[in-house]
Design a protein around this ligand. Structure first.
Ligand SMILES: Cc1cc2nc3c(=O)[nH]c(=O)nc-3n(C[C@H](O)[C@H](O)[C@H](O)COP(=O)(O)OP(=O)(O)OC[C@H]3O[C@@H](n4cnc5c(N)ncnc54)[C@H](O)[C@@H]3O)c2cc1C
Length: 555
């Protein structure tokens, strides 16, 4: 018989995940974990079983835009893939949007929600995208004073009944700008008796099959810039199910996230309702963005975990030069470096999830709120960059098979490439990090790093902690040396600075988890991850002459 290579397989993605289980034990405590374990087990089994199998089987399917019906009526219907339709049902039933509103674990409900999202996401073809925006929309509406909208839309967004469940889009990007959204040209016109209607073009609208959207538009005669924009609520279909004053011009032909129907739209009189004031829209939509950025970080982490789960399994099955790859020291060393990146990303992201839950539950003091504001862009940009560094290595760990479409592996890499782009690119978020720090200074972050690393007692973790404190001090010194003095140097170094904050925070959290795992689980693996990640470099600060940079980047 000719040789046939056994493919990689996945088991229950909850029970197989040492990192997730230990983290939940530490943060939730055994009693609370016991109460939610059946749900985690169920999602883990689905993610590693039926959903993964369906994902592979549907690899070549894509959503379709049907613009006309048989009788030449413009319908602009989106036909989703079967896995997406199933994902919507599961998301509703499992309460992936409802959980933080039901709050079964109080301020820790966000941890449960995102643990489920982390299991669900890599097996559902980026269905996390509409969910993220729906979560952000639900929180934005809940925090608004608009009773009518709260009563109209919120029950749908947080419903556990798939027949009632709605998702929401977040329409910001226009042809003129995505990052610089203050340039937006969509106009909101008011007509007595008719209310507000929107006119313009939206260039990337990812949840175009959603029932509603939050969007930005400029009321006629408002000032230019972000302050002149207002946040509007709209429904995408009228009572008869027809497009509600908009047309779907086309679906984007994208590198990855191909199951996500991302559309270009023309708004030609869409009825819309202001969520709040008729201005300051960019500020108003920031609640949505802060939540979608956390979803992005969780998704990036979950993709790294999925790639590594497959690569580790394959390393046991693939034999080269007389032994399985898992017994080849260099292959083991390669996977170990990737695992350390993933574990660091995991700890950083779930720490932000904890902060978010505390802030929403009113349990976060001023310092924790400042920390959440700083670490949200930091976690998003750090994990986005990690995902696009780890996943190419994951593909390489499969050799040629990693490059072949029907293994399902290339899709991981293509999908992951979006994590550093949408919801704010790395550079845009690095600058946002500087803005986040300006009012509060770095002091809350420095104090938190000090408190986290103070938990380390094991000698090598102690040595790592000292290095992390030094790196945190260096970051503070760099900021003090540039802020308000050399704006060009500050801006040019913003990415290295933000990544340093991300890597120092992640390493500190890993060290804390490592000490806890030694004490409570006699598990040395998180310690190995902390030491490995710490050795890979956490302090990326380095100043380069902006003149030389200009020379290098010139056309
Ligand atoms: C698959 C996909 C789905 C999307 N879905 C949605 C959606 O549903 N809703 C929505 O509103 N948007 C969506 N987007 C749009 C996305 O959020 C934007 O593309 C993104 O924010 C970047 O904006 P831009 O494309 O205008 O890039 P630009 O702003 O033109 O950025 C180009 C480059 O310039 C850099 N840059 C920009 N400003 C600065 C600066 N001040 N300093 C240094 N560097 C800078 C950026 O980092 C980037 O590298 C989606 C995008 C993709 C790819």
């Amino acid at each position: 018989m000719a040789f046939v290579q056994a493919p990689p397989t996945l088991g229950n993605q909850y029970s197989d995940d040492r990192v997730l289980r230990a983290y939940l034990e530490r943060t939730l405590g055994m009693e609370a974990l016991h109460s939610v374990r059946p749900q985690l087990d169920r999602m883990g089994a689905l993610a590693g079983g039926e959903l993964y199998a369906q994902q592979l089987a549907e690899r070549e399917l894509e959503p379709q835009l049907v613009q006309w019906d048989a009788w030449s009526n413009r319908v602009d219907r989106i036909e989703l893939t079967p896995l997406w339709r199933r994902a919507e049902e599961i998301a509703a039933r499992e309460g992936l949007i409802a959980l933080p509103h039901e709050a079964p674990l109080g301020a820790l409900s966000r941890v449960l929600q995102f643990a489920l999202v982390y299991l669900f996401t890599p097996s559902t073809d980026v269905y996390a995208c509409p969910l993220a925006m729906s979560d952000g929309a639900a929180r934005t509406l809940a925090a608004s004073a608009n009773r009518a909208l709260i009563e109209r839309a919120l029950p749908h967004l947080v419903s556990r009944d798939p027949a009632q469940f709605w998702t929401s889009g977040q329409w910001m990007t226009e042809p003129v700008g995505g990052s610089d959204v203050g340039l937006a040209e969509t106009e909101a016109r008011f007509a007595p008796g008719e209310g507000w209607r929107l006119y313009g073009r939206k260039y990337f609208t990812s949840a175009i099959a959603s029932q509603m959207a939050l969007t930005l538009a400029r009321p006629t005669d408002n000032a230019p810039g972000g302050k002149g924009l207002a946040l509007f609520y709209l429904e995408t279909r009228d009572a008869a199910g027809r497009p509600n004053g908009l047309s779907v011009d086309r679906l984007k032909d994208k590198l990855g996230t191909r199951k996500v129907p991302t559309a270009e739209l023309t708004l030609d009189g869409v009825p819309a309702i202001p969520v709040g004031e008729l201005g300051n829209g960019v500020r108003a939509i920031s609640t949505v963005l802060n939540i979608t950025r956390v979803w992005n970080a969780v998704s990036a982490v979950s993709y790294m975990r999925r790639g590594l789960a497959l690569a580790r399994d394959y390393a046991a099955r693939r034999v080269a030069f007389g032994a399985p790859l898992e017994r080849k020291a260099l292959h083991v060393d390669t996977l170990a470096g990737l695992q350390a990146e993933f574990e660091a990303a995991f700890q950083l992201t779930f720490f932000v999830v904890e902060l978010l839950g505390r802030a929403e539950g009113g349990a976060a003091g001023e310092a924790q709120q400042a920390l959440l504001r700083i670490l949200t862009p930091v976690a998003k940009l750090t994990t986005g960059r990690q995902a696009v560094a780890v996943l190419p290595e994951v593909l390489e760990a499969f050799g040629g098979a990693g490059y072949v479409e029907d293994t399902g592996l290339p899709m991981l890499l293509r999908d992951a490439q979006v994590f550093p782009i949408w919801e704010g690119t790395t550079n845009v978020l690095a600058l946002d990090t500087l803005r986040a720090i300006a009012p509060s200074s770095l002091a809350p972050w420095r104090r938190e790093i000090h408190a986290i690393v103070a938990e380390a007692r094991e000698p090598q973790l102690l040595a790592l902690s000292a290095r992390l404190e030094a790196a945190a001090e260096a970051a503070e010194a760099w900021l003090a040396a540039n802020a308000g003095r050399d704006e060009a140097a500050l801006e040019a170094g913003a990415r290295r600075f933000a990544l340093t904050l991300g890597r120092v925070t992640a390493a500190a959290l890993l060290a804390r988890q490592a000490q806890w795992s030694l004490d409570h689980r006699q598990d040395p693996a998180p310690r190995a991850a902390a030491l490995r990640f710490g050795a890979a470099g956490v302090n990326l600060l380095q100043d380069f002459d902006p003149e030389l940079a200009r020379l290098l980047a010139a056309r």
